[in-house]
Design a protein around this ligand. Structure first.
Ligand code: NAP
Length: 298
């Protein structure tokens, strides 16, 4: 099958390209600001460019991890968040419909308010932030326009990543350079290994899944506990990590606190395993050890 990955320069998009190709599919990727060799530039808010890309590739599947993902930036730029997280994907999905492509939209745990997680797919959404709202509106717009679309919700994605910007890389950099790091101990979530998210997404495409699926790690824990686990697995000195409340961080956008995603639906429907945080961190360490003879991992 032929896939178009919009947002392949990001963490999830890069993992998707890899998973698609590993399973023998043809995959074309796009980037917006961070050029990637072999990928095409594409701004998802540019209707003509999206049309051109979709009609040129004529994909069977469009996977769209593209998004405005900086939660605090979105809080102050709600229109931009809606344009990139709702309107752009909707446009790409409609274009895809014209060439017969299925569409996968990437959403977030932040559609929930974090009062009583972990959440199942059909639990009521109540986003607290502009980022969460833009994604929730994206989900609804997409499923209203294309009932066979697939919405994948995920959260706290980590793993090997070319841009090295996910939480585990930040933690490794801070601990290795002896910098102090304040980490919330009241934000509970389901850390998700990026390769599992990608492989499960490809399996969803191959098996023609539609509707909402939670693809996330197996288990819930708070961010500070996740950091301590990562320190143990990567052999990092955790003495400069401080557990704080989310309120103490003074972030612009509110976060769901008691979050996490239930994955029973994905477990029942898919063969791809969704690893626990411990198993995912061990896999990340093994992958970085394989990649970095200079000893990037511990
Ligand atoms: N990472 C997480 O923990 C997490 C958690 C929950 C949900 N999600 C969702 O999963 C998806 C993928 O996340 P990620 O971690 O891979 O995010 P990411 O690393 O920030 O990547 C975002 C991607 O979107 C692209 N993009 C940004 N603006 C664009 C535009 N105007 N037109 C086209 N592409 C644009 C970026 O391109 P450039 O980099 O080239 O600008 C990049 O390829 C997102 O939709 C996010 O909301 C992620």
């Amino acid at each position: 099958m032929r896939a178009l990955v919009i947002g392949a320069s990001g963490q999830v998009g890069a993992a998707l390209l890899e998973a698609l190709r590993a399973r023998g599919h043809e995959a074309t990727g796009t980037y917006a600001h961070h050029a990637v060799e072999g990928c095409w530039p594409l701004d998802i808010t540019d209707a003509r460019a999206v049309e051109h890309a979709v009609f040129f590739v004529k994909p069977d599947w469009i996977l769209c991890p593209a998004g405005l993902t900086h939660v605090d930036y979105c809080e102050e730029h709600p229109e931009e968040a809606l344009a990139i997280n709702r309107d752009g994907p909707l446009l790409a999905a409609r274009m895809g419909q014209r060439v017969g492509a299925s569409f996968v939209y990437y959403s977030t745990e932040y559609v929930f308010d974090g009062a009583s997680g972990p959440y199942a797919e059909d639990d009521p959404a109540r986003p607290l932030s502009q980022y969460g709202r833009s994604k929730w509106e994206g989900e609804r717009a997409l499923l209203a326009a294309l009932p066979r679309a697939l919405v994948v919700r995920t959260t706290v994605v980590y793993g090997p990543d070319r841009q090295e910007k996910n939480f585990v890389y930040q933690l490794i950099r801070s601990c290795r350079s002896g910098q102090a790091m304040r980490i919330p101990s009241d934000q509970v979530s389901s850390p998700t290994y990026n390769a599992d998210l990608a492989a499960a997404s490809v399996e969803c495409c191959e098996t023609d899944k539609a509707g909402v699926y939670h693809l996330a790690g197996d288990g819930v824990l708070d961010r500070h506990a996740f950091a301590l686990l990562a320190c143990r697995i990567f052999g990092l000195d955790a003495s400069r990590l401080t557990a704080v409340t989310t309120a103490a961080l003074g972030q612009k956008a509110p976060r769901p606190l008691q979050g996490g995603l239930r994955i029973a639906k994905a477990r029942a429907a898919l063969a791809t395993p969704l690893r626990s945080p411990e198993a995912g961190l061990l896999a990340m360490r093994a992958a970085l050890d394989g990649q970095a003879p200079s000893g990037r991992s511990g």
